[in-house]
Design a binder for this molecule. Sequence first.
Ligand code: BG6
Length: 480
Amino acid sequence: MSQKLTNFDMVIFGATGDLAMRKLLPCLYQAHAAGLLNAEGRILGVSRSNLDTEGFLKKVESDSKIHVKQNFSEALWDSFVKRIQYLKVDVTDKSDFDRLAERVKARQNTENVIIYLSTAPTFFAQACENLADVGLNGDNVRIVLEKPLGTDLKSSQEINTDVAQYFKESQVYRIDHYLGKESLQNLIPLRFGNVFFEPVWNKQFVKSVQITIAEQLGVEERGEFYDATGALRDMVQNHIIQMLCFTAMERPQSLAGDDVRDEKMKVLKALKPLTSADVDANVIRAQYTASDSQAGYLQEHNVPADSRTETYVAIKAEIDNERWAGVPFYLRTGKRMAGKTAEIVLNFRENPQGLFPNTPNRLVISLQPNETVSARVFMKEPGNGMNVVATEMSIDLAKAIEGRRAEAYELLLREVIDGRVNLFNRRDELEAAWEWVMPIMENWAQSSTPPHGYAASSWGPEAARELLAKDGNAWLEDQQ
Ligand code: BG6
């Protein structure tokens, strides 16, 4: 490989935790197996568990290896784990940080030290202070913050302020794994690298936009976390809003530095604030209810029987700018829905001339389960006359473009190693997203109206269908 790979020391806090075992280490393995990690790059797992490197590697062997999804071979795995060491570090114990600094500095890899905080955000402030005390916050250090970054605007601001006491914004990498999805990033070349999309990508041609993340799974074993969180915080404030920003933003001046983040920020600023009356009229919250053999949300483990936490939310949003004014953006996400999908749908306006009525075009950009871009195009039906029928022009990215498609976390980890900030949330973006969802949270906190219900494994509540119907629109599954 001719490309120079950046050397790195990656320190993972919370190394025995679920995210490290299920995602971070398997994804680092995948990068290693693909020859995309510098041969000298080292991973240092740290946590409170009283383990040594040998003990940690046993845990990695039993809990992490099974999560490798691509390119597994025992030989490559053996060479991968040679990169890994372990050190017991209690975030609250300053003397542990002296040992940590010694370990990191002993290697004299001045190029690039990455600190990945895969712990609860309540530990972030203390961890940053202790890192700074031992000099692990210099310009060669990057800090990665795992979500959830707060539970509302205030707590998110507090976390960011704490971290900012010790790290410059340019050193901070806030994870939203949706930004690591290839097909979300693909929106940039799709829109700005092909002449025929951008001219119609605006209010003159687009009637409405839909952004959906639907999951088939319920809350599984995460009842306690989920009940304190809900779909708005878990999915809308971050992933859905990121999809919205990529869909709606203007062309960035370049793909480097902060240019993309600047454009996303402009979208966030243009998002019309929701009044409490808007929330009543244009936001639907719902919980899944028992259906066939599937339990309802209120019967799930660790969920209180009187919980009002939403497992589904649908929102009609508007973007108050030149390009989008008046175009509804319908956003929705839910657990236990009829399918697993993440997609962006542009519904185009009716053809203004009368030759072919009822032929609205549609573009569907699917992030998962398959990465596809499909346009509904009307074509002549064979035979006499000029009847037209709807056909589909579709590109399956995995088939059309050769090459390994990395998992989102792998891609993001490589971006951190290389020091590219584009695919991470800047502080102002994150806080603007919280600011926008706050009126929804405040309205719900005061509302006496319970969430709607939707049958497990359905496409959501009737109320969400009505939300679109009153504008003469319909969700994708209800369209012809
Ligand atoms: C996470 C949420 O951020 O995203 C989970 O906390 C959710 O509740 C997950 O299941 C969905 O990610 P993906 O990549 O499977 O769509």
